[in-house]
Design a protein around this ligand. Sequence first.
Ligand code: NAD
Length: 344
Amino acid sequence: MKIAFFDAKPYDKPSFDRYGDQYGLKFKYFETKLNEDTVELAHGFDGVCVFVNDTVNAAVIDRLVDLKVRVVALRCAGFNNVDMKYAFGKIHVLRVPAYSPYAVAEHSMAMLLTSIRRIHKAYIRTKDFNFSLVGMTGFDLYGKIVGVIGTGRIGRVFIDICRGFGMKVLAYDKFPAEGLDNGDTVRYVTLDELFANSDIISLHCPLTEETYHIIGEDSLKKCKKGVVLINTSRGPLVDAEALLAGIKSRQVGAACLDVYEEESDFFFEDFSGHIVEDDVLARLISMPNVLVTSHQAFLTEEALANIAQTTVSNIVGFFEKEQCPNELCYRSGGAEDCKNGTCF
Ligand code: NAD
């Protein structure tokens, strides 16, 4: 089997080559992202392997089908970049549902601590032998209230970490997890209650029509003044312009962003010698209380190994048995009639 691997980075290759060799799977690495302009590169391949900022829309799907590509193997959990309704019945879509919830949850806490204890400022100051503490006052996490939106795999690990710091958790999920609410340190509440009472809000839900701009002008108005926002989930969960306005008005005390609405134009690439055209991103980055990382929350050795192993076993399993437990399946009838995959 030959697989065209799009948006390839140097850190992807070692683990994909290792697991690919074990199972007789050959990857051809393309640095470019998959989109309507680059889809021709998939000619002669059995499958394509894509990441979060590749585009798998109707036009790309049609061309992949013409090229006799049978499978789209996502090497990530989220699939908002794939037109799943359109893909249904035309091409198979596989994903890696979990690779290390710890990687993302720990990065969320790393960003929070860096931001509120001004570690990013201290690092630069002491490099310049500036040992002044002026402007470095932070606050304790102990006793603070953290609102967690989305209590799936990552959200639950993040809750455990927060409880270790002695924080109280207000949780919101469309499908609450059984046994998580203990009536004390972790409580499920409505979204409005979460907004009104949280000192810190962390997003761990998927990007859907319902969650698009879940943090926007209206929701920010409902938040405590000085709320700290963490988004390690998907950029469009947050209306970036509303966030910038919230930072300027001091309604938002700090923002920790591993993802950004328009990240596909920038993230994962080196723009250090360029003029960044996105004024909202540039202004956010210029703020002393905004911390941006470039969709790096997943990037640990453990996660990379798990991603490669699961992606390879998804592809091999699919071509051997014509089915895969990690196949995404869009069925208007719901999950009842789906035998092979993960319905949504
Ligand atoms: P998960 O599927 O285990 O959990 C998602 C949770 O969100 C579920 O409990 C689900 O019920 C809930 N949810 C669904 N719709 C909701 C809604 N409308 N409102 C509130 N909650 C809703 O997923 P996960 O593995 O915990 O991942 C969470 C998200 O993290 C992913 O969707 C992905 O976007 C993001 N992610 C980011 C990175 C990164 O590197 N930054 C890496 C992996 C995943």
